[in-house]
Design a protein around this ligand. Structure first.
Ligand SMILES: Nc1nc2c(c(=O)[nH]1)N=C([C@H](O)[C@H](O)COP(=O)(O)OP(=O)(O)OP(=O)(O)O)CN2
Ligand SMILES: [Zn+2]
Length: 123
């Protein structure tokens, strides 16, 4: 199995719900997003999926999040916009987009700072 990883980022504002601390107040992050996919097959160029294509698909999701107040976005209505929730959202969007391509989304990791991240995987 081949495992391919790309990184991208977005900047946004959010606040946690039901959280007793500073993070319940409006604040922002420059989130780094890491996507890992897997595939057992390669194309004629020896690629599992072109990094450019994977980045383009991921950046479509980033465009939806970038420079937004995440709590106002439909997918996060009424829930706390934690890095956990963001990682699952990005994961689900990529699963939809890569349906039928033979490329499996393995993991999405969302870093909200240099030293804290959350990941979502299928299992
Ligand atoms: N499991 C999670 N814990 C926390 C999340 C999260 O998404 N998942 N998010 C937050 C807040 O968004 C908050 O902005 C982060 O706060 P904190 O970790 O305190 O970040 P700092 O940069 O202020 O870190 P310091 O090391 O304390 O300076 C909180 N928890
Ligand atoms: Zn935060």
């Amino acid at each position: 199995m081949y495992h391919l990883t790309i990184q991208t980022h977005f900047a946004a504002a959010h606040n946690l719900l039901n959280y007793d601390g500073d993070c319940e107040n409006l604040h922002g992050h420059n989130w780094k997003v890491e996507v890992t996919v897997k595939t057992s097959t390669l194309d004629d160029a020896g690629l599992g999926i072109d990094f450019k294509i994977l980045k383009k698909k991921t950046n479509k999701v980033m465009d939806f999040l970038d420079h937004k107040y995440l709590n106002d976005l439909e997918p996060f209505k009424g829930v706390s916009t934690s890095s956990e929730r963001i990682s699952k959202y990005v994961f689900d969007e990529l699963v939809d987009d890569l349906q039928g391509s033979g490329v499996i989304v393995e993991r999405v990791t969302v870093w909200e700072s240099d030293n804290a991240c959350a990941s979502y995987t299928a299992d």
